[in-house]
Design a protein around this ligand. Sequence first.
Ligand code: SF4
Length: 495
Amino acid sequence: AKEKIYIQKFYLYLNLTKPTKFLFLSWAKVSGEGKSLRPSYLIQELMRLFPNLKPVDEEEKSWQQCEMTRRTGILRLAEGLREKEQGLDAQWKELYTWFAGDEKSRSVVEKLLRAGFYKKEAGMLGSQMAEKLYLDPERVSVTRLEKFASCAYAHFLSYGLRLSDRETYGFEAMDLGNIAHQALERFARKAEEEKLDWVTMPEERRTELIDESVESSVLDYGNTVLFSSARNEYMIYRIKRLIRRSVWALTRQMEQGDFKPAGYEFKFGSGKIDRIDTCEDENRVYVKVTDYKTGRKVFDITSFYHGLQLQLPVYLNAALEAEGKRYPGKEIVPAGIFYYRIQDPIVAREKTDEKTEESILKELKLDGLVNGEEEVIEHLEANLTGSSLYYPLRRNQNGLLGSASKALPQEKFETVLAYTRAKQKELKAEMYEGEVSALPYLLGEDTGCDFCACKDICGFDQRIEGCEYRQLQKYSLEEAVECMKEKLGIKKSQK
Ligand code: SF4
């Protein structure tokens, strides 16, 4: 071993003594993964032998001072072009002159210039092509409309060119969401078949139904990966816990009022509503919809206004129509739209079990928008005082709904529903005119590009002229409703 070390050192020595004029030694400060690196022992050895040696940090040199090869020269040329707005200096021009005269580099330099002065043109497909490509406008789903509102080009790539992620053999968060959805639906159907009420069903039967629902959903899912390892079998156990927790929370929410499930996984046009609940009194039928989500989803009025979050109001419109047919003689009243997060939250243990349960219910509280009419609130949560554990509502001491509530008076709630129909129409019209521009939205800190799978292929780069975000304005609930009214041509409300 010792001999080998000396042989290595000898080779090193031979290399170090080869140069006749200069010897440059360089070392990397960081690794490929960005971790900091220390120089080799040789550097320290040389510094000890030649105390006057001073390392120079390449990053601190201007690029004109750096040693340059053909490759790094081209990179500098490209860098200069990228910053061309600040002016191309004399050194850059000299470098360019050298490369332009260099036979070997000419074609690369030409490409660089073309790229450097590239301007992105707004794309347009034309209505004829769009109609052929997108087929039946009636089958445009809400997800698709939301995608279009986010970025027309991303929509074109997914639904026009039909690009999609390569499928991999694994168990992803989306699979968990799908199975959880199916299991909840099965549970509801089984309960319905056996004429069991969610609230009064015996605990034992509830657990059995949940276990059966999860097991058959997993079998049906057709993803054998779930049985391929002990870890994945553990996933099944987790899904069961998740569904148990969800059924418990959903039942507690139902217990508070008079609404009863009227439909599960209700299909309409090209959408599917997870749950429709209704409540009937003498003259009216109140309708609310709930969508189950596995991610952290909240209803944001600004996103809705700009067409980025249309799902719940579109679903409620469809549910209202369906219930209208079922109860022809009655007034159909929209009661609310809700997201329920399928989750098994971890909370700190409180002094009593009851308090701990309250913390869990708070975590699983429905989010959305409520029709704030007193009758509706009464039917949703009969004994509401203070902050609700179940709905995004808060009742002040004077008995009125507090400003923290996500609620609107019925007339304004109906404006939201009317605006939904108008927005759907508007987006569809643009889509079928052939709009395909890569103009992603920017709303606060969020952009359409954040989770877009097309990032590497769309060519959107803010440094390129013509690539810009579409800045969307934020609104409060009240402001958004006023804007909706304006768009719908409804007179401004008196404040
Ligand atoms: S990355 Fe951004 S610009 Fe490109 S397609 Fe996606 S949303 Fe549109």
